[in-house]
Design a protein around this ligand. Structure first.
Ligand code: HH2
Length: 278
């Protein structure tokens, strides 16, 4: 269970990674506007590192259902000063959460280590070439449709089989583009074109999805599936359920969790790993 990022191998066999979310956006679904200016975003990022984040996932465009697309110049204006400032102050890994190759290129040039593309490097025709020319770690996520359309009426004959075959085909396409598979981690994309039943089926199937041999990343933090299960629209009720899901995901084989609150989720990872043993 290894992840190759900028020439360094990270062994995730026994110890998974916590990816802390830094949304430099006015409209993200759970924290929109809170860290939208550079100073507050940098302060937040450094706090997440102090709490135990291994990776900071910095994004300048919300992907919540129905979110307005952001022009590339504006997205770069949001994320670049944050990446530059954070790069100078921490050795934590930095990930750029973007669907645009121009934003990814600027972020990687500014010192980002990982490219997290919710379209699985399919959205921007220039993304695959950029990824191949770099040595960044890559997060390849599954999404049906686009953030504008994905929750309209998600339907699959068999969601687990479809995500599984998507992973296989993306790994084959990336390998053909010359990308070392050890650079890739895979993400089922919870909430991206999925109903509650689809999300639960994918959670249960994590051990099966891990059979590709690549590490799995799970992003369930504060997502609407939690509100649906608890029958509560309140976002402030979603942090403890997220911690529980972190523990479940790690037990079921995920090696990286993407979360808004780092401290409690990092503790859940360590506790679960202690129980799992070798
Ligand atoms: N979820 C979100 C954004 N990026 N990337 C990966 N790899 N996996 C995910 O599950 C994922 C992601 C959505 O969460 P958030 O960033 O909090 O919200 P928004 O997109 O509204 O900024």
């Amino acid at each position: 269970m290894q992840w190759l990022i900028r020439g360094t191998i990270h062994d995730l066999t026994r110890k998974g990674l916590v990816m802390g979310i830094v949304n430099v956006t006015p409209d993200s679904f759970s924290d929109g506007g809170r860290f939208a200016d550079t100073g507050r975003a940098v302060e937040h990022a450094l706090r997440l590192v102090a709490e135990g984040a291994d990776i900071l996932d910095i994004g300048g465009e919300s992907t919540r259902p129905g979110a307005e697309p952001v022009p590339e110049a504006e997205e770069i204006r949001r994320v670049l000063p944050v990446i530059r400032a954070v790069r100078g102050q921490t050795r934590a890994l930095i990930s750029i959460d973007t669907m645009k190759a121009s934003v990814a290129r600027a972020a990687l040039d500014a010192g980002a280590d990982i490219l997290n593309d919710v379209t699985g490097l399919r959205g921007d025709p220039l993304m695959l070439r950029l990824a191949a020319a770099s040595d960044a770690g890559l997060v390849v996520m599954h999404m049906t449709g686009t953030p504008q359309t994905m929750q309209a009426d998600p339907a699959y004959a068999d969601v687990v089989a479809e995500v599984h075959s998507y992973f296989d085909s993306r790994l084959a396409i990336l390998a053909k583009a010359g990308i070392d598979p050890r650079r890739v981690v895979l993400d089922p994309g919870f909430g991206f074109g999925k109903t509650l039943a689809h999300n639960l089926a994918l959670l249960r199937a994590l051990p099966e999805l891990a059979a590709t041999g690549r590490p799995l990343l799970a992003g369930v933090s504060r997502k609407s599936m939690i509100g649906q299960l608890l029958e509560s629209p309140s976002l402030s009720d979603r942090d403890w359920p997220t911690v529980t899901l972190t523990s479940c995901c790690r037990e079921l084989g995920a090696r990286i969790v993407r979360v808004h609150e780092v401290s409690a989720n990092a503790q859940a990872m360590r506790m679960t790993e202690a129980v799992l043993g070798d």
